[in-house]
Design a binder for this molecule. Structure first.
Ligand code: ADP
Ligand code: MG
Length: 314
């Protein structure tokens, strides 16, 4: 392709909200063999909502939700936001004085008077959060987190989790003072274009793959809905790069689409890193392509543009 052709393609991309960082990036996209999708916020809308709450040992629901929200209040994770939001609404609908308090604070988003004091907060990437409330350790996260802390997951909780995961929900456990006191299911719907994009890629000879930190059962259920066979689940944020490398063996060109802070090393390691424009700055920086419209169809646009610019048989 001539420099003019590359310039024209870059312009066409920009007009479609596809920012291409240079001619090399444009050229590599035509050869993509594997396209790895991050699940949360890339294939899915990235806005989870709570769909199920279960408490154990007679734990009161309102108290349980207050504890969970307090533990998650300092976390930036989308799951944390969903949990805090749910707890807040629960209290609005169940406690009129809380509503009045909230009104005094003008907007519900600034209303945090109901949260408990938290000490020693730490976010544990790929697992959840840990903190101390009333001198007791509180854990909110997945099985891996509870296993690490050697907390036994009762059969009742395990069965509840499996049910959620089989229906594509993300399942979260809550432990207080080394006991599992409840579990929560969250749904994060697919983007409306996700399935059609996966199908188109397959027809174009590009193999779609899902990579996620979420549980295997949840990941498989979501992958089934969207039409992806090849799934890599329970991948720690640091492990996404290793997954890319494994696909790069025998010189295959690998693209990765992602949106989160956790995804930027993987976007940089991929031959073609594609950031969703609504994603974080770090991810946008690490990528070769930025999709400004947050629409997965633009992945097809990007590959098409590269193929049309560089193929000799046109
Ligand atoms: P993804 O690849 O889906 O973006 P992450 O690496 O962000 O996944 O998280 C993986 C898993 O770790 C989540 O599915 C959840 O089980 C757990 N997790 C991470 N952060 C939190 C949190 N703040 N609260 C509860 N669970 C969390
Ligand atoms: Mg993430």
């Amino acid at each position: 392709a001539t420099p003019t052709a590359i310039m024209v393609a870059t312009g066409v991309g920009a007009n479609n909200g596809v920012l291409i960082k240079g001619g090399d990036a444009l050229e590599r996209a035509q050869k993509v063999k594997y396209l790895l999708f991050d699940k949360t916020g890339t294939l899915t809308q990235g806005k989870p909502t709570v769909t199920a709450v279960k408490t154990f040992n007679g734990m009161e629901r309102g108290d349980f939700l207050t504890l969970v929200a307090s533990a998650e209040a300092s976390s930036e994770h989308p799951l944390a936001r969903a949990l805090v939001d749910y707890a807040q609404h629960f209290h609005f609908f169940n406690d009129p004085s809380a509503v009045k308090d909230a009104q005094n604070h003008k907007t519900e988003s600034t209303f945090s008077g109901w949260l408990l004091d938290v000490m020693d907060f730490s976010a544990l990437p790929g697992r959840g959060v840990q903190c101390s409330i009333n001198g007791k350790t509180v854990l909110v996260g997945n099985r891996k987190l509870l296993n690490e802390k050697e907390i036994t997951i009762p059969t009742e909780a395990e069965n509840f989790l499996v049910g959620l995961e089989e229906s594509a929900k993300t399942a979260i456990l809550v432990a207080f003072d080394n006991n599992v006191i409840g579990a929560i299911g969250l749904a994060d719907p697919l983007k409306r274009e996700a399935a059609i994009v996966v199908e188109s890629l397959t027809n174009m000879g590009v193999k779609p793959v899902m990579v996620t930190g979420d549980n295997w059962r949840t990941a498989r259920a979501v992958a089934n809905e969207v039409g992806i066979d090849d799934v890599r689940a329970e991948v720690m944020p640091s492990g996404k790069v290793d997954v890319i490398r494994s696909f790069q063996k025998n010189k295959s060109v690998v693209a990765m689409v992602g949106d989160g802070i956790n995804d930027s090393p993987a976007l940089a390691a991929a031959d073609v890193g594609i950031a969703i424009g609504a994603g974080t700055d770090v991810a946008i920086e690490a990528a070769d392509y930025v999709l400004m419209r947050n629409n997965l169809e633009d992945v097809i646009v990007a590959i098409d543009l590269s193929r049309k610019t560089f193929s000799r048989i046109r």
